[in-house]
Design a protein. Structure first.
Length: 68
């Protein structure tokens, strides 16, 4: 394993444990955002993890759009 591969693995684990957001993780690994997303995809790590709050916000927007 090269140093870059080890750093990428470390960063992916930090992101997976929600200790580091996507863009800072990519920068730390020296990767572009699409490259970081590819690394996460290879490892089966989600790039987006919606919360219940996100769901409620989305539902509120949909309801406002229906009314307007």
């Amino acid at each position: 394993m090269t140093e870059r591969e080890a750093l990428t693995e470390f960063v992916c684990r930090l992101l997976d444990s929600e200790k580091l957001p996507l863009w800072p993780a990519a920068k730390l690994a020296g990767l572009s955002r699409p490259e970081m997303e590819d690394e996460l995809r290879r490892r089966g790590i989600a790039t987006y993890r919606p919360t219940i709050e996100n769901l409620f916000n989305d539902v509120a927007v949909i309801e406002r759009l229906r009314e307007g």
